[in-house]
Design a protein around this ligand. Structure first.
Ligand SMILES: CC(C)(COP(=O)(O)OP(=O)(O)OC[C@H]1O[C@@H](n2cnc3c(N)ncnc32)[C@H](O)[C@@H]1OP(=O)(O)O)[C@@H](O)C(=O)NCCC(=O)NCCS
Length: 179
């Protein structure tokens, strides 16, 4: 995976009805550690990272790269959206395409924030890099993620076995993005 490269970054904050999407800042560090150390968040993502390792290694403003959005609710981070170039993806259908990922703190689940934020991020992407399809890989057992992918307009390309589980590869065409 690579960052988005030639986009204006940090971007103008993207505002939705309830949320702001922005580049990360020093004040987000504690929330990033909580996110990356959470067993619940990483139940379908190969497990969390040790908190002491994160405390030691995480830079002041974490994950500050083109395509990494902090999702902010009332001034506090509740999640991260990752838009990356899937170079070297193991499935040819996804290789080189833009890949969407999302991680939200468990206390923010179930309020529609993920759907609201991801739709806004995809809208931003359609402006920044027009005409590109977007892919998404998730474990098919991850019911919340599967539902979110469908809600965002991703449709199944294929299922495959990797990392000890069935994976779902979905794609969202540029036509969906502008529709
Ligand atoms: C996946 C995740 C972002 C969903 O967050 P969320 O806040 O529940 O999402 P939303 O509230 O926007 O819900 C989106 C849809 O998914 C549904 N949904 C959410 N969790 C669900 C679950 N466990 N089972 C079934 N449906 C679920 C919601 O009901 C909603 O559908 P609806 O509008 O038809 O009711 C969140 O659970 C998360 O961060 N998980 C850990 C990280 C992860 O697994 N990421 C996927 C890797 S790319």
């Amino acid at each position: 995976m690579e960052d988005l490269g030639a986009v204006v970054w940090p971007p103008e904050p993207v505002r939705t009805g309830r949320l702001v999407l922005r580049a990360s800042e020093i004040r987000d560090r504690a929330a990033f550690i909580e996110l990356l150390a959470s067993p619940e968040v990483h139940a379908y993502l190969g497990g969390p990272r040790p908190r002491d390792e994160l405390e030691r290694e995480m830079p002041g403003a974490p994950e500050r790269w083109p395509g990494s959005f902090v999702v902010d609710l009332d001034g506090a981070m509740i999640g991260q959206i990752l838009l990356r170039r899937a170079t070297g993806h193991r499935r040819p259908a996804a290789a080189g395409k833009i890949d969407l990922g999302y991680l939200f703190l468990p206390r923010a689940w179930g309020f529609g924030y993920a759907a609201e934020a991801c739709a806004a991020a995809l809208g931003w992407l359609a402006g920044a890099l027009p005409g590109e399809p977007v892919v998404l890989t998730t474990q098919s057992a991850n019911a919340g993620s599967m539902r979110l992918a469908a809600k965002l307009g991703f449709t199944e390309v294929e299922r495959f076995e990797a990392w000890g589980a069935e994976q779902w590869l979905g794609m969202r065409s540029p036509a969906t993005s502008s529709g």
